[in-house]
Design a protein. Structure first.
Length: 270
């Protein structure tokens, strides 16, 4: 049996619960071999502030080139890119190497922060990066930013955002509604340009969701690397992240991490 390879082009989270650390843990749990190209290093402090240190473009490019030349890629995802020129570079490399099964997680904000990325980065994401995606996975805040809305608060608004984001060029859009107002379920909307599919699980009330978005998109990436369709990959990933949140735990100061081993240890059982 051939070993499947998944690449994450993302930031490093010193807390270990998000970013490429979450991606690698998820890849391992889903039985694919994980590789990384580090774009940023995010340093969290006790007051919940974040400092983001971007890596030189030449270093990011060299990492990607080395992975493609030496290892090969069956699927890939992006995480925190955080600079317009990094977004442009990653989009160019995806096209140059015809990288397959591209999952774009349009990370715009650190957990506990309200500082969004700058407007130029949003435009680069819309115009250059998202069109390369097999599936793009915005949460409600990211979907609102990408579609120039103040907020998204209803299922109909999630569907409209999915339609608009699909017009940018990806094959599938997954709008994640875990924090949808007045909902007792965690509902996500998957859209392929024609049909909507709703994925619903119970809404789990916990502050320990650090890295949930990274983990969800990484699980999708792993399933695509193994040859699964986007709808099947998303369904498996939804079960994976639901278990990870259900069995999340407090650790350190601030938001605790999801439990990357939970699906293997406990399955979908409550």
């Amino acid at each position: 049996m051939s070993i499947k390879r998944a690449l994450t082009i993302a930031g490093s989270d010193i807390k270990g619960g998000a970013g490429l650390e979450a991606d690698l843990k998820t890849f391992q749990e889903r039985d694919v071999f994980g590789m990384t190209a580090i774009t940023t290093i995010v340093v969290s402090r006790a007051d919940l502030s974040h400092n983001v240190y971007t890596q030189p473009l030449s270093l990011i490019e060299e990492q990607i080139e080395g992975i493609v030349e030496v290892m090969g890629v069956d699927a890939m995802k992006t995480g925190m890119l955080y600079a317009e020129e990094i977004i442009e570079l990653v989009a160019r490399k995806i096209k140059q190497h015809s990288l397959p099964n591209v999952v774009i997680d349009p990370v715009m904000v650190c957990k506990g922060s309200d500082t969004l990325i700058a407007g130029g980065m949003v435009s680069a994401m819309r115009e250059l990066l998202i069109p390369t995606a097999t599936v793009v996975t915005p949460n409600l805040q990211e979907a609102a930013t990408l579609t120039n809305k103040e907020r998204i608060a209803t299922l109909d608004e999630m569907k409209e955002a999915a339609r608009q984001i699909h017009s940018f060029g990806p094959k599938y859009v997954l709008v994640k509604g875990g924090k949808l107002d007045n909902s007792d379920v965690a509902v996500d909307v998957l859209y392929d340009g024609k049909d909507f599919e709703l994925l619903e699980t119970e809404r789990i009330e916990t502050p320990n969701t650090h890295g949930a978005g990274c983990t969800y998109s990484a699980a999708i990436t792993a399933e695509l690397a193994k040859g699964n369709s986007v709808p099947d990959a998303v369904k498996t990933a939804k079960a994976f992240i639901t278990a990870a949140i259900r069995h999340s735990f407090s650790l350190g100061i601030g938001f605790g991490p999801t439990n990357h081993a939970a699906y293997r240890k406990y399955g979908q059982a409550k």
